[in-house]
Ligand binder design. Sequence first.
Ligand code: SF4
Length: 378
Amino acid sequence: MLIPLLTEYEKEHISARQAIPERYLGLSDDEMDGRIAAARAALGRRLVILGHHYQRDEVIKFADYTGDSFKLARQVSRHPDAEFIVFCGVHFMAESADVLSADHQQVILPDLAAGCSMADMADPDQLEQCWGDLEQMLGSTSAIVPVTYINSAASIKAFCGERGGVVCTSSNAAATLKWAWERGGKIVFLPDQHLGRNTAYKLGVPLDQMMVWDPGEIWGGLEPDAVRRARIILWKGHCSVHERFTVRQIENIRARHPGVRVIVHPEVPWEVVQAADEAGSTEYILKTVRESPVGSTWAVGTEVHLVNRLAREMDPDRAIFSLDQFGCLCSTMFRVSPNHLLWILEGLIGGEVHNRIIVPDDRKYWTRIALERMLSIS
Ligand code: SF4
């Protein structure tokens, strides 16, 4: 049996994770559904459950709101009555919710092991090193605006906020890059090189003005001339789920399903976006497919739970399937189970808060500034 390696996030948090008690394992679906529904009803307006589109069906059906990171982040301030915000998603999302929440609110991640491999690819020490290197190479970093994808740790967001930078999501990435270029000639974009490249290319930046910064290399593996030429410096990070989509899959799908439309998330590699018909955030994917003509066929390049739900919703009017025949599953999103949700909710009724996410005060101020800038750009 293969034993998966722990990510940096898991190494840091797994020891702090409270194990779900055994009495919450092995329950029947009916019992879990009934008890979760009863706990939600008992907590009433004290509780808001947020569910990301990549969550499994057994969990997301209990969410008060579903959406991508951007949409869910907006829900936090819209529910000042809620004492508990249970975030069915991954760690960076719950951190953002904690930063945007009021003092009387507590944000809970049902399983603390639900991290994100992409977020782990940007470490604050590496970013400090990168900034120092850029200062040496360019003489100053005053004309560089750091932009971090929301899929990053609060410490990275705080770094960006403190240096005039911002957080973006896949929904507002293009508007955010324009915002950043208005304030500086150069952008450092992290952690997802693909979202940065795909968005900048769409805005007309040629590929030879985008450089990849490898944090594992001296000076990011770049010459000072290349850094001076770059309009955007892309951190060498990626999503292990979306990187599995390929041009070959698109060619095969087009051969097997003439007339199929291919729509992908911008976390996929650049050449996959070029081969697809459409690219956009999860919200964009849902809207585009829902508004497409009856009878159309779509191959969708994003996480499989979203694709399968959309396929069921559209059936029989439109045919929807995953671009990857095996379906790309985000294993960390999958860690949040209905068992965890039940344990969390029944704990709240009994006055116990498990798996609360608290961003330390020294990171909170600048993280909030960077997130509020994000929310102001649409
Ligand atoms: S789909 Fe990719 S970016 Fe999103 S949580 Fe999973 S690993 Fe992270």
